[in-house]
Design a protein around this ligand. Sequence first.
Ligand code: HEM
Length: 404
Amino acid sequence: MSTSEITVPVLEFDHHSPHTAHHRDEVLKLVAPHPIFYTNAYDGFWVVTSNQIAQKLLRDPDTYATGRLEDGSGGITIPQVPVPLIPAEIDPPHHTVLRKILNPMFSRERMKQLRGLSEHVANETLDELIAKRDFDVIADIAGPYPAKVILRYLGIDEQDGLMLLHAAQSNFQAIDEQERQHALEMFMEVHAKIMARVAERRQQPRDDVISHLVAQPELSDENELFWLIFTLIAGGTENVGALIANVMLHLHQHSELKARLIAEPDLIPQAVEEFLRFYTPGGATVRHVRKDVVDLAGVKLHRGDRVFVWLHATNHDPAVFKDPGSVRLDRENVGRHMAFGGGTHRCVGAMMGQMEVDVWFRALLSRMPDYAVDVERSRHYDDIAIQNGWWEMPAHAGGGEAMG
Ligand code: HEM
């Protein structure tokens, strides 16, 4: 694409910048008038902010693909993360095969069955917090709660699992060479542990996700199997944790809303949808133009162009969401949020994430309703390109455990 062909504004936009992380509302206002614009950051790419345009392009994987090609292009992030994300970075027809294998494991029915495990882990977590009174929302809840649920469901025991998680996180966030080296070393161990579980389940299957995966003839490639399991671990923890942390802080700061949810817990699922829209835990997804020339809402795109769908913006699109900067429980169209992406790659674990967050807030608000967050000492990520999360969020259990 040559810049002379650009017919839409070129904006200074960097999804990784600390400015975007700490002044998201300002950036959202800046981009809102432009359904699609161009930025020169990271060698240049298109940014879609319109919910309608984004939904449309995400449903057309033949034109807008994610697969990594030999020329180094592809992927669902800009720049690419150092590890392949499977199935996110696989195109149809193989992607369709993978989703057919995965979808039944994360269906509404399966999630009803998994609810009991989530409630057990949530209550176990709360028992510990109520006993120790001072805790950290990230280290004690956002990290371990979703991790324990996905790891137990996958069939990975806890000790191995926590190490796997640490490796997943350090790899995505590695900045300097030393950190990268450390992440690499952890990966070697992670690989060994995951493949040991795979070998075990081949011999003695159980009722868990790894047993289901190893039984699929289409998943005979060990490398693919490893990265698939790895993506399920990473995808199944960070986003859920980021949402829980944002909502815990939000409810601490908005006591009326908290009181309403305590009084009417059946509003929690609707609140979770609105919080998914408002905070957008996973910030973006990316597609790569695989046809010679494409018209996207009047803009000409060329083979190889990158299209960045900024989910924060599509979730705050004023053409779809009235008063997008407010959290409202009465939005009839909240289901149009794109916190789980869209189209063929829409999040496999969407119902799992919704269920876990619902379970967490029902348990928290009934057992520890007076919790308080130390806002001053909380530290938000400086980069929300991949996750809108927090490093630390010290908190206190508050009054006493509520009875009944
Ligand atoms: C609040 C919770 C969650 C949020 C906000 C979230 C967000 C996302 C987003 C934005 C995508 C990209 C979709 C696209 O490119 O169009 C995605 C994909 C994915 N997520 Fe989630 N996710 C959540 C929970 C989970 C959970 C619990 C799992 C575990 C099973 C999971 C596994 C995946 C996988 C495997 C993909 C790739 C799907 C594909 O490419 O076909 N996610 N998620």
